[in-house]
Design a protein around this ligand. Structure first.
Ligand SMILES: *Cc1c(COP(=O)(O)O)cnc(C)c1O
Length: 486
């Protein structure tokens, strides 16, 4: 496939130029007599050399070649291309289109055409002109810290969207969880139940509050916290549950409310991955005593970094407002009657948030459509089990996720194959209970173990043309063929 790109350095500029003309590719890889890569030459390079007075009969061996970007055989292409992609694939004055792949002897074994293989990130934010306009407005107003009109506006519009009375914006999703725990009076000696399948921020917040986590397994149906496990592991010391709507799937809120009421536990919803998901037609985030959202750049809605606590209780909201602002008295400025934090959101972040809230239906619909495209393209391959759709639970799409039909080596082989094609595919969260820092707090976790070994997250980037779904399918087909033929 790359033979038409190879050019011996005993040839001339004219030979190289003719080669490009035949291959219809604007580059050749120049090789020494031992067929090792010396450098690359593009049509632009040839034009410059001619303009500088070189002759077409110049031997390629008399030219000097600056070091060029290349890939090593077997290298993780997604990783290698990541820094290049950040610069729009610019190297020096030009834009790289075709990269040589070399082995450890510097022999060219393959070529990668970046136009077909441009690095595809697992997630990128959907921010556009509206966000930019609001941001510039906040910037020009001079209110760039945590005062300014956008903060209140963001709290109001987002809490109204979810259908909860009070919104308290803060610096990120983790500080939102910390504020929620503190406002509910959780502290040293108290236990908080968290699911095993989640991002580490959920359990870290429990440590920040100096409480003790109890990690419980998730249910096989929805992959969300198992209410029977909560009943089994709650004790007299247990104060609260943090339920996570993991990968956009709502928890069973009827069962959760039931168990929390029975046992007298506070219920915190971690909605970081589920903006807009619904249970019984009602938004997640409207069921818990407090619910917490993240607006990190890879979440459904983003403010760069950011978070928000929602609650129906004005007392809880007041406590959280005070704690996020150094514990300063709400009545008497600069008088502190409790030790607080600086967990404030800036007006700049809130401005982006306001634009995002106004676009949430459009953003959610695009993510759902992308997931549909994935299902249609990949179902015929019979490789994956997609996230289940359950009665009463209306999922939203954070990342497009699926389980591999097979074991974990298959999952890892698929991820490697996709990454070699420049497609950034990720495995599921590791079970919290597998990580030594959290392991002392584990109970049992068979379901989480199995999900975590088989789960993968596909690129969920709605700002690119969705034709990358076909590219991903083709890479999988090629992998399947190679597997079948050994
Ligand atoms: C992202 C995330 C958080 C934390 O959000 P940050 O804004 O990064 O602090 C908390 N919980 C879950 C489940 C998350 O996915």
């Amino acid at each position: 496939m790359h033979n038409d790109l190879l050019c011996s350095y005993q040839l001339t500029l004219l030979d190289a130029y003719r080669k490009m003309n035949t291959s219809q590719k604007e580059i050749v890889f120049v090789l020494d007599e031992e067929e090792r890569l010396v450098g690359v030459l593009t049509d632009g390079d040839i034009r410059r050399l001619i303009a500088e007075g070189r002759d077409f009969s110049t031997s390629l061996s008399s030219l000097s070649y600056p070091s060029c970007k290349l890939l090593m055989e077997g290298e993780d292409m997604a990783k290698a291309l990541e820094p290049l992609a950040k610069d729009g694939f610019k190297v020096g004055t030009g834009v790289v289109r075709i990269l040589p792949v070399v082995n450890h002897e510097s022999r060219v074994v393959d070529a990668v055409d970046l136009r077909e293989t441009a690095f595809l990130p697992v997630a990128s934010p959907d921010i556009g002109t509206k966000e930019f306009n609001y941001l510039v407005d906040a910037y020009l107003s001079g209110w760039i810290s945590s005062s300014g009109q956008y903060i209140g506006q963001f709290e109001d519009t987002f809490s109204e969207y979810v259908g909860v009375e009070h919104g308290v914006a803060c610096s990120n999703g983790t500080s939102a969880l910390h504020l929620a725990l503190l406002a509910l009076g959780v502290g040293p000696g108290d236990e908080v139940i968290v699911p095993d399948l989640t991002f580490a921020a959920t359990i870290n917040a429990v440590f920040h509050a100096q409480a003790t986590p109890i990690i419980v397994d998730v249910e096989p149906e929805g992959w969300t916290i198992d209410c029977d496990e909560i009943r089994r592991h709650a004790s007299a010391k247990t104060k609260a549950v943090i339920a996570v709507h993991v990968y956009g799937q709502p928890c069973d809120m009827t069962a959760l409310r039931g168990v929390c009421d029975d046992l007298g536990l506070a219920l915190i919803e971690d909605c970081a991955e589920a903006h807009g998901a619904k249970f019984d037609g009602k938004m997640v985030g409207s069921f818990g005593d407090i619910s917490c959202f993240s607006f990190f750049a890879n979440k459904i809605l983003t403010t760069g970094e950011g978070g928000m606590c929602l609650t129906a209780s004005s007392e809880l909201a007041d406590t959280m407002r005070k704690l996020r602002d150094h514990g300063m008295s709400r009545e008497k400025k600069y008088f502190h009657d409790t030790v607080g934090f600086n967990y404030r959101m800036t007006n700049l972040q809130a401005a982006i948030g306001c634009a995002q809230v106004s676009r949430i239906d459009e953003i959610s619909d695009q993510r759902l459509a992308l997931e549909r495209a994935y299902r249609e393209a990949l179902e015929p391959l019979d490789l994956f089990e997609f996230q289940p759709d359950l009665e009463r639970r209306t999922r939203t799409v954070w990342l497009v996720v699926a389980l591999v039909k097979g074991d974990s080596p298959t999952r890892d082989a698929i991820i490697s194959a996709l990454r070699r094609s420049g497609i950034d595919c990720r495995n599921f969260f590791y079970p919290l209970s597998d990580m030594p820092v959290y392991a002392p707090y584990k109970t049992k976790s068979e379901v989480t173990q199995s999900l975590s070994e088989r789960g993968l997250c596909f690129p969920t980037t709605t700002t690119l043309k969705p034709d990358y779904v076909e590219r991903l399918r083709d890479a999988l087909l090629e992998w399947q063929c190679n597997e079948a033929t050994g």
